[in-house]
Write a protein that binds this ligand. Structure first.
Ligand SMILES: Cc1cc2nc3c(=O)[nH]c(=O)nc-3n(C[C@H](O)[C@H](O)[C@H](O)COP(=O)(O)OP(=O)(O)OC[C@H]3O[C@@H](n4cnc5c(N)ncnc54)[C@H](O)[C@@H]3O)c2cc1C
Length: 417
């Protein structure tokens, strides 16, 4: 499929979003960042941690305030369908939005303005009417926050190896198990938990349920410190947690497909995220190459440094171009259909692996060009280098993406759109 330039250019409503986001950054986020800087609680991306190793409450509350105000300003959920209160943006439109938000938002509070794991995702479009009113609407308004609980201590890439069980009891389900490495484990109000409902039924063995954090039997486990050092990752325990059937997401047996809907959303978001942060690192590297001198001249005049810049540009440009093309093909296929066709799975995994690998190289070169200051704790380069290494693991490792691409290629001649 060939996509003309008009098909991947920012639409009018993307341009409108970008203008409103910039105003929001200036009028709402900048004063909040100034206030946060005076609190001694760290920054949004390098927060101080509390005694339990969790994100400092002051930083968390600052992010929450940005989320609530972004929702009120219509900036929080452009990716969600209009019938659920979102803006119904396509994947191409979302890539432009995400690129802009990460580029100008940098590592600041502004990133909280656009919903990610903590907000509503496309898997939640499958809840029934009662759960929609009770659980989804508060998430859309950023009155509450969410988590997605799939991974377990002994099952990560091997999703079907999970052991958390949900057993039917009349009009209720009883959930038992332990989930590990969960983003927003410490603060979430609503968890989308994936559990076994029909052992041995392969990709139909799982179902998804929404669990409120005040249900008896639900508890938060310890923090899992990672190299991100953001105090947001931890463990969740489900000890005989009873939820009504209306908390089920989608059909019984659709849990694997719904988990992939969430995970694929996060994979596709890599396109804009890496384009935005990649552009930020490249701009900073060019400034550094112009201003830092060696032997009486700017280091940018040294061929080896010029080549580093050129390689960064090549990675940022090619990953961005590939991602826009793939997102537009995904828009044509339906990025969240259940089941997802093999050609769509291939495109989603291509976006993730190409961006994760390219952004890691870009972040590595950015550190090199900044010398010791690129290694300085808290510098943009140091932080994004750690983020870049992290990105290659959550939402499916880069190895798992290669598996998915190869499987789609081998599945038959219809894998290329
Ligand atoms: C910061 C962070 C946040 C996270 N947030 C969440 C969250 O919100 N919700 C959630 O559910 N999970 C979350 N995770 C978990 C994440 O999705 C898993 O860590 C990831 O899927 C990999 O699983 P694993 O850690 O068990 O590694 P493993 O599956 O044990 O993999 C170990 C190595 O073996 C390779 N490997 C394993 N199986 C295969 C295979 N079949 N083919 C080829 N290679 C293979 C992997 O690529 C990897 O290199 C998060 C993780 C981190 C670090």
């Amino acid at each position: 499929m060939t996509i003309d330039r008009a098909g991947i250019a920012p639409s009018t409503r993307v341009r409108d979003y970008v203008e409103r986001f910039d105003r929001f950054l200036r009028d709402t986020v900048a004063p909040a960042e100034e206030h946060l800087a005076d609190q001694g609680a760290g920054t949004p991306w390098q927060p101080a941690l509390d005694d339990a190793g969790r994100m400092h409450g002051t930083v968390w509350q600052a992010r929450r305030e940005v989320q609530r105000r972004a929702a009120a300003a219509g900036l929080y959920t452009p990716h969600m369908p209009t019938e659920l209160g979102g803006s119904g943006f396509s994947r191409v439109e979302m890539m432009h939005v995400e690129e802009h938000v990460y580029h100008v938002g940098g590592l600041g509070l502004g990133l909280a303005a656009l919903a990610w794991t903590e907000g509503p995702g496309p898997h939640l479009a499958h809840v029934g009417e009662p759960a929609r009113r009770r659980l989804l609407e508060p998430l859309m308004a950023a009155e509450t926050t969410a988590a997605f609980a799939n991974t377990e201590p002994h099952a990560g890439s091997d999703v079907l190896g999970m052991t958390t069980r949900a057993t039917r009891d009349g009009q209720h389900w009883v959930i038992d198990g332990r989930k590990a490495w969960i983003t927003n484990a410490h603060f979430c109000d609503t968890v989308a938990v994936v559990a076994v409902t029909e052992p041995g039924a392969g990709s139909r063995s799982l179902s998804m349920f929404l669990v409120e954090s005040d249900r008896p039997g639900f508890s938060r486990g310890p923090d899992y410190p990672t190299m991100l050092d953001d105090g947001l990752t931890g463990e969740l325990n489900f000890d005989g947690v009873r939820v009504p059937d209306e908390n089920r997401v989608g059909e019984v047996g659709q849990g694997f497909a719904l988990a992939m809907t969430y995970i694929n959303w996060r994979r596709m978001c890599r396109g804009g995220m890496c384009a935005g942060w990649g552009a930020l690192l490249l701009e900073r590297a060019v400034r550094r190459a112009r201003s830092r001198r060696s032997g009486g001249r700017p280091i940018g005049e040294l061929q080896v440094v010029g080549h580093q810049l050129a390689d960064m540009d090549a990675d940022v440009y090619s990953a961005r171009a590939m991602s826009l093309q793939a997102q537009s093909e995904l828009d044509a296929l339906g990025p969240f259909t259940i089941p997802l066709p093999p050609q769509a799975r291939r495109l989603v995994s291509l976006i993730k692996v190409v961006n994760d690998e390219a952004f890691f190289r870009v972040a590595d070169r950015a550190v090199a060009l900044h010398g010791a200051s690129g290694l300085g704790l808290g510098s943009v380069e140091e932080k994004l280098f750690r983020v870049a290494r992290d990105l290659k693991i959550p939402a499916g490792t880069v190895e798992i993406q290669r598996n998915a691409i190869a499987q789609a290629l081998l599945a038959g001649p219809d894998t290329r759109p």
